[in-house]
Unconditional design. Structure first.
Length: 398
């Protein structure tokens, strides 16, 4: 047997690069691109919600009236009128000078990681939590502590114990509204307790809110940041209410934190696309979102109801799921003895895909969990896909 030839590449990877891992979701999306697969896997908004006509008209107006500025380099902070719109829409007093337009809210997580995490720093996250946040934090080499959580969100007693047990955490990352992956909504009582506890123990919060406008019956309680603005970094997105390919989000930072986040932004990409920012501002300027977002809510609520009915109709005993009050995701748990990751290839062979829940845990994972997205499949696909998944579960149940 011949010995393996040594690599001739001159490139030496950093230790930070070794901590970068491929996204389980992105790899899975390659499988779900096959036309015969019914996908409940991707966290993608429904294309039915994209306001194509409004974008076409806005692009035309921007190029007609403001082409030179729209196609030129721009301020790193973002387009002034768009920052003003963001500030005005938030339910607490925010100066536009605190708003930084980002290249998707994912960049907000990356900037926060660069500014707030040193190697070995301790950070706290919910159980489970958003996979993209774990990916953004990992290259900065933190110690990530997963805090026990229930159907209302983080366990406050566990959070206090985690912060006081050892080296204080740099921050607690939290998604209070229709969380990705679990779809859960943090109650008013839990928000009040979290906000007061975080202030009491000196724990900054990173509040991520890409799904807050996608409520079905009742708006969610006030943001955590509205209760203690100086102790919170707030992230938002245009991806779920307009279109994801715009790659536009925003963060709202306390004045003490904003300059360093801006410097990190400048080092990363100078500024987010100025043309896109002007187009979004043009679309939004006459209150369009107030008319558009309710249509998204109506569609997604109907999709959720279809999936809940299909689960009730087809799933065998021992499978449990929640009833999300908004957002895009439903969280399910398989019967004892089953593993969602091990089950996935058989599900794909039957023509249906989902995301195994283990990817969303920073600590010990619950291998029986899985995430189902209900917003991109048609009602007929939801019915067939859930029936196929139920068949696979029955066949493999011990």
């Amino acid at each position: 047997m011949n010995a393996r030839a040594p690599s001739t590449s001159p490139w030496v990877m950093s230790g930070r690069a070794d901590r970068m891992n491929p996204s389980v979701l992105r790899e899975l999306l390659k499988v779900t691109e096959r036309p015969e697969i019914i996908s409940f896997a991707g966290g993608l908004p429904s294309p039915q919600t994209f306001p194509v006509a409004e974008f076409e008209a806005a692009c035309s107006r921007v190029l007609r009236d403001d082409a030179e500025a729209a196609l030129q380099y721009a301020a790193s902070e973002g387009y002034g009128p768009l920052r003003e719109m963001v500030a005005a829409a938030l339910p607490w007093k925010v100066s536009p000078s605190q708003v930084l337009i980002t290249t998707g809210s994912q960049q907000g997580l990356d900037l926060a990681a660069k500014v707030l995490i040193d190697p070995g720093s301790r950070i706290l996250v919910e159980t489970p939590t958003y996979l993209g946040a774990l990916q953004a934090f990992a290259p900065m080499e933190p110690q990530v502590h997963s805090v026990a959580s229930d159907d209302e969100g983080v366990d406050i007693t566990a959070l206090r114990a985690a912060q006081l047990a050892g080296m204080p955490a740099r921050f607690f990352y939290v998604l209070p509204n229709f969380q990705n992956p679990s779809g859960r909504l943090m109650s008013e009582a839990r928000r009040a307790a979290l906000s007061s506890t975080a202030a009491d123990i000196g724990l900054p919060l990173i509040e991520d809110n890409p799904y807050g406008e996608l409520w079905f019956d009742t708006p969610p309680p006030a943001p955590l940041t509205a209760r203690h603005p100086e102790g919170c970094l707030y992230l938002g997105s245009f991806s779920k209410v307009l279109a994801p390919s715009l790659r536009l989000g925003y963060l709202v930072a306390p004045p003490a934190l904003f300059p360093k986040l801006l410097q990190a932004k400048q080092a990363a990409d100078l500024h987010s696309p100025g043309f896109n920012q002007r187009v979004v501002a043009e679309v939004m300027k006459d209150g369009f979102l107030d008319r558009h977002v309710p249509r998204i809510r109506t569609l997604y609520k109907a999709q959720r109801d279809t999936m809940l009915a299909a689960l009730q109709r087809h799933m065998p005993e021992g499978v449990h799921w929640n009833r999300p009050a908004g957002g895009m995701f439903l969280w399910a748990r398989l019967p004892a003895g089953l593993d969602a990751a091990a089950l996935l290839p058989q599900a794909v062979a039957r023509g249906v895909a989902y995301v195994p829940g283990a990817a969303f845990y920073a600590g010990a994972a619950d291998a029986r969990t899985l995430r189902l997205s209900f917003v991109t499949a048609s009602p007929e696909q939801i019915e067939r896909g859930i029936a196929a998944l139920a068949t696979v579960i029955r066949e493999i149940q011990p």
